[in-house]
Ligand binder design. Structure first.
Ligand SMILES: NC(=O)c1ccc[n+]([C@@H]2O[C@H](COP(=O)([O-])OP(=O)(O)OC[C@H]3O[C@@H](n4cnc5c(N)ncnc54)[C@H](OP(=O)(O)O)[C@@H]3O)[C@@H](O)[C@H]2O)c1
Length: 319
C-alpha cells in the first residue's frame, strides 16, 4: 500500500474515534472527497431485481432511487399499499426503471409472510434484498406475542430472507443488506432481552437491541447463504422523518450536521452494487468500509447468535 493510501486510511479511521464527526455529514463528505467515490454506472444493474423494505421514505427511498438509477428493477414496501405505489411511480418516472410498490406492516409476521408470498408470485429472482424498514416506538406493544420493535427489525427480516432465499442467485452479485444503526453499539446481543415484557420498557433500548440483533443475523446469514454477500451497515445520522419523530431534541441540536437521505443511502447502494462489496460477507459497514462491531460493550457470543437464529426460526415457522 502506498504511503498516500495509508494516510487516507488513517484520516478515515480517525473520523471514527470521537464518533460525532464521522457519523455526520462532515464524515461523509470528507470520506467521499478523500476516496473520490463515484456512483454506480447507469445500466450496471440492468436485469437485476432489488427489494427495499421501507422504500417509501428517507434512506430507503434514496437507496431505491439509486438502485433504479443503476438500472435495477426495484420493489419498495411501506405500510400503506397506495402510498407505496405512489412513491414507486415517482421513482419509476425519475429513473426510467420498473418500480413496484407493495404494502405490508412488517411489525406483523403474517404481513411479512404475505409480502414474501406476493413477491414470489410476481418475480422469479431477487438479486438484492435490503432490510431497511424501521422505527423506534415510544410505547410497548406486542404483536404476535413479541414486542413490536423486535418483530419489525429482527423477525420479519429473518422470515423474508429465509422465504426469498431460493430466489437469491448463488452469485457474488447477490446481496442482502441489514440497515442497522450506530445505536447497536450501546447493547450486546442478549436474546432473552429481545423477549422482555413491558416492565421498564424504553423505546431507544428496544431499538438498540434490535439493531444489534440485525448485525448478528448478518453474521449467521453470511454463513448460511454461501456464495452471496450479506452485510450489515449503519447510515450515520440522517435527516429523515423517523429521526424527527423519535429523537426530536437530538434532531434539532444536530440538524446542520445531519446527512441528507442520499448521503445515508450511499453505503447501501455501494454494498448492493460494487464488485468489491461482493468479496466479503458478514461485516458491519459505514461509509464503504467495514467498521468495528463493539466499542465499550461486547457484541455477544457466537452461541448467543445461534440462540438468536433458533428463536427466529421457532417464532417465524408458525407463519
Ligand atoms: N435516520 C437515521 O439517522 C438513522 C440512523 C441509523 C439507522 N437508521 C435506520 O434506517 C432505516 C430507515 O429509516 P429512516 O431514517 O430513513 O426513516 P423514515 O424516513 O421514517 O423511513 C422509514 C421507512 O420504514 C417504513 N416503515 C416504518 N414502520 C414500518 C412498519 N411497521 N412496517 C413496514 N414498514 C415500515 C416506512 O414506510 P411507511 O411509513 O410508508 O410505512 C419508511 O419507508 C431504519 O431501519 C432506521 O432504523 C436511521
Amino acid at each position: 500500500m502506498s504511503s498516500f493510501q495509508s494516510t487516507k486510511r488513517v484520516i478515515d479511521a480517525a473520523l471514527e474515534i470521537p464518533i460525532v464527526p464521522g457519523w455526520t455529514n462532515l464524515g461523509y463528505r470528507i470520506r467521499r472527497n478523500l476516496w473520490a467515490w463515484g456512483d454506480p454506472a447507469s445500466g450496471s444493474m440492468s436485469g437485476s431485481w432489488a427489494l427495499v423494505t421501507g422504500g417509501t421514505s428517507g434512506i430507503g427511498r434514496a437507496g431505491a432511487e439509486g438502485l433504479a438509477r443503476a438500472g435495477a428493477g426495484v420493489v419498495i414496501t411501506g405500510r400503506d399499499p397506495e402510498r407505496a405505489q405512489a412513491v414507486a411511480g415517482e421513482i419509476a418516472r425519475a429513473t426510467g426503471s420498473e418500480v413496484i410498490g407493495l404494502g405490508a406492516d412488517l411489525s406483523h409476521l403474517d404481513q411479512a409472510a404475505g409480502l414474501a408470498k406476493e413477491f414470489m408470485g410476481r418475480l422469479d429472482h431477487v438479486d438484492v434484498v435490503v432490510h431497511n424498514a424501521g422505527a423506534m416506538f415510544a410505547g410497548y406493544e406486542e404483536h404476535d406475542g413479541i414486542e413490536r420493535t423486535q418483530v419489525l427489525h429482527v423477525l420479519s427480516p429473518f422470515l423474508l430472507t429465509r422465504r426469498l432465499s431460493p430466489l437469491i442467485p448463488n452469485s457474488t452479485r447477490s446481496r442482502v443488506v441489514f440497515m442497522s444503526s450506530g445505536g447497536m453499539y450501546s447493547h450486546g446481543l442478549d436474546v432473552a432481552k429481545l423477549q422482555a415484557g413491558p416492565a421498564g420498557y424504553r423505546g431507544a433500548t428496544a431499538y438498540s437491541r434490535a439493531k444489534r440483533a440485525q448485525v448478528a443475523l448478518a453474521h449467521r446469514f453470511a454463513e448460511r447463504l454461501p456464495g452471496r454477500a450479506v452485510h450489515a451497515m449503519h447510515p450515520g445520522w440522517v435527516d429523515t422523518p423517523a429521526l424527527h419523530e423519535s429523537l426530536p431534541r437530538f434532531e434539532k441540536t444536530l440538524r446542520p450536521l445531519l446527512r441528507r437521505p442520499e448521503e445515508g443511502a450511499d453505503t447501501l447502494i455501494w454494498l448492493a452494487t460494487a464488485a468489491a462489496a461482493g468479496t466479503t460477507s458478514g461485516l458491519f459497514w459505514l461509509d464503504r468500509r467495514p467498521r468495528r462491531e463493539a466499542m465499550v460493550i461486547g457484541a455477544g457470543s457466537r452461541a448467543e447468535e445461534e440462540a438468536l437464529w433458533d428463536w427466529c426460526e421457532r417464532i417465524t415457522s408458525a407463519y
